[in-house]
Design a protein around this ligand. Sequence first.
Ligand SMILES: [Zn+2]
Length: 448
Amino acid sequence: MSAPLYRVAAVAALLVLMSGPSGAENPPDLPLDPAIQRLVNAVSTQQLRTTDVRLVGFGTRNTFSEGQRGQRGVFAARDWIAGQFRAIAKSSGGRMTVAFDSFVQPKTAEIPRAVEVSSVIATLRGDDPARGTVVISSHFDSRNSDGNDATRDAPGADDNGSGTACVLEAARVLATVHPAATIVFATFDGEEQGLFGSAHYAGTLHDARADVEANLNNDIIGASMGHAGESSPNTVRLFSEALPHGTVPARVNALGSENDSPARELARFVKETAGAYVPPMQATLVFREDRFLRGGDQESFSAQGYPAVRFVEAHENFDHQHQTIRVQNGIQYGDLVRFMDFDYLARVTRMNVAALATLALGPRAPQPTVLVRQLGYDTTLSWKPVPRAVGYEVLWRSTTDSTWTHVQSVGAATSATLPLPKDDVIFGVRAVDAAAHRSVAAYPTPTR
Ligand SMILES: [Zn+2]
């Protein structure tokens, strides 16, 4: 793209830009960090396949199979996952710890009895105590046509062996990295009965006043062909919610900020970052919490006020999800390994690694404000310095665009005045560190 986009300002405090919104159509490509590219490239299709096949080998991972003995059932799978994390943790120099998050879920109207739910959580401690936590997650429980059937097979190759293989693989390639933020690799139990495992864990984080910067949830990410044979090998959907927990809708209406919740900014960040590191993969943003009639563990994080997004394959085949294995009218039902595309799963896993590594190694997002003291034709943004940031970028787009269309570096300045009316566009500000990692963009809060 043209040079004026990345013009660096010499003025420290206040920058007056002469270029208008017609300066460029699209932001230039993100600079790539070779260290992150190596992590992305280290994702192994074969390892993902091995993990997925092993998970299917437990027969069923239904939450109510917790009492089964031997190599069958959800707790056998849980113990195997924990063993995998512990083996991975050996390469972390003592910085990765592995724990169960276990509790008894009381009976509800939706489930037949109380049940012990037990998630597996691996935590890679960050180097910067001032930073928060980024969480990559999946659920490892599975189900067939009857959500409470603990007996018949429920292979769950795609739902959600795929996401669990992704989380384990991300842990493997990131275990030796020294991130600024703490990274949690979470595999949840009890998702299919009501997000029990993730609700408990996210609630525990909230009670501990944990500073969760982001949740990347992965659930059904391993097949590239839809029910009618349509194929989208290079796209994945990324769901994000509109209104953060506790939002006052009238204020959102007044500001026109319904498309700029922390979850939406996170989704834009993931799309841009993952797309840069894993061409030709593209995330298709879906501005919705989840699909109709379906939910996911990202909702547990959203409910606690944490920014959360969900990866889902581009086209689903509902004959292969939540189905007891059978052939009926010539159609094979069941969530079987044969329907998986492990090369696709590897590409989606690489997207996760690119976004997760950039979140954890890069700077935190600023907390900008936009000045609205009086009517005016330009826009003044300001923010406090972000630790380790060496510069900042102002982004903008029209109110009807879904992603940022313009970016302007302002150097190390912590305020900027742009000759653009704040009435007509949406602004964001992001931090840049010495390795050129970009933070998630932040929506400016109006201030007088
Ligand atoms: Zn699922």
